[in-house]
Design a protein around this ligand. Structure first.
Ligand code: 13P
Ligand code: SF4
Length: 360
């Protein structure tokens, strides 16, 4: 294996030309997927870009590529591994690129919540488990095994509709905000939602409250999107009359309700791109995406909906050095940072992912 350290001695120009050369050498054997939050020096080399849902679909459609280099975070690379063909290898350039929200739910705690619910009701008949795609593969497998499903930021409402057509209640993890705003949009009042605290017995809830709830929300959130506050929306509206506010649904319920529009990273990108020249926007999502849109559309006035910098530090771990190192190792015939979900986990997770892809 070629070591990583010397790549930090290279100039930006050298990194660019070596990444390009390695890509050319690998040709159609390798496809680079890039999430919209990736830093520019990496994103510019992506063959295909998108939000989580789009990238999941793309990963399953590129059966010609032997190697899928995923410039994103760990759960995304796991999904690509689950949906890709057995002859394909998925690579995450830096294994430390995780997701702090995904880490807020794990199988033992979800299983324990499920057991607690089973003590209160006929859980199999009444509750559909839904995991946001920002979660570990074994939680997707849990959903696959319990008639549940995966959702992303772009299809959470349709997935909830699907679930409510089958059973009365949902257990939604790990992102409480996406679950709350999506269920509320379908007409579920806040009084019929509870937040399950996995650190407390029975989620810290009275049995009666759990029994009457239609939506049981896991107490998880994104540390980046929680930075956007209602006061920021008010501030931008006061300062820029006519401004439109668009946010990611991982933002709080209040921020989502105040915004003019909300949606996945792909929807944010296309909405602002399609807007008329001269329009003014405040965007509540990760900084790299907002800066890219600002740069791409100087004819529009684009603001970041937060006075302080809020970046996804784990997305940021994928840098040009790691990308170059990964690709040059592949050229040398060495796979570094291959992602391989255990077969039994992948099989059950695939059931929940396929259900999602069939619905939305
Ligand atoms: P998208 O699916 O909208 O790209 O969101 C992924 C994510 O992690 C947002 O924080
Ligand atoms: Fe996870 Fe938040 Fe980063 Fe998205 S922005 S990958 S939810 S930590």
């Amino acid at each position: 294996m070629i070591p990583l350290e010397p790549y930090y001695e290279l100039s930006d120009a050298d990194l660019d030309s070596r990444i390009q050369a390695a890509k050319s050498a690998l040709g159609s054997d390798c496809v680079i997927l890039g999430h919209h939050y990736q830093r520019e020096e990496v994103y510019k080399f992506a063959d295909l870009t998108g939000d989580s849902l789009k990238l999941s679909r793309l990963a399953s459609q590129r059966a010609d590529a032997k190697y899928i280099v995923f410039c994103g975070v760990h759960f995304m690379a796991e999904v690509a591994d689950i949906l890709s063909a057995p002859h394909q290898t998925v690579i995450l350039p830096d294994m430390a690129a995780g997701c702090s929200m995904a880490d807020m739910a794990d199988l033992p705690r979800v299983q324990s919540a499920w057991n607690d619910l089973a003590a209160l009701m006929d859980v199999d008949a009444l509750v559909t488990p839904i995991t946001y795609v920002n979660s570990m593969a074994d939680l997707k497998a849990f959903c696959g095994a319990h008639e549940g499903v995966v959702c992303t930021s772009s299809n959470a409402s349709r997935i909830l509709e699907w679930a409510f057509a089958r059973r009365e209640k949902v257990l939604f993890f790990p992102d409480q905000h996406l679950g709350r705003i999506s269920a509320h949009g379908l007409g579920v009042p806040l009084e019929q939602m509870v937040v399950w605290d996995p650190t407390r017995p029975n989620g810290g809830l009275e049995p009666a409250a759990v029994r009457q709830a239609r939506v049981i929300l896991w107490d998880g959130y994104c540390s980046v999107h929680q930075m956007f506050q209602p006061a920021h929306v008010e501030l931008f509206r006061a300062r820029y009359p006519g401004i439109r506010v668009i946010v990611h649904p991982e933002c709080s319920f209040e921020v989502c309700r105040m915004a003019d529009a909300r949606g996945s990273t792909e929807l944010i990108q296309t909405t602002v791109r399609d807007a008329p020249s001269g329009s003014i926007w405040a965007i509540g999502t990760e900084l790299n995406l907002v800066n890219r849109l600002k740069h791409e559309m100087p004819d529009k006035e684009i603001h970041f909906l937060c006075p302080t910098v809020c970046m996804c530090s784990t997305m940021f771990r994928i840098d040009a050095q790691h990308l170059c190192w990964t690709l040059e190792n592949l050229v040398a015939g060495v796979v570094v940072n291959g992602i391989s979900v255990p077969r039994d986990v992948a099989a059950s997770a695939r059931i929940a992912l396929d259900r999602m892809l069939a619905v939305a």
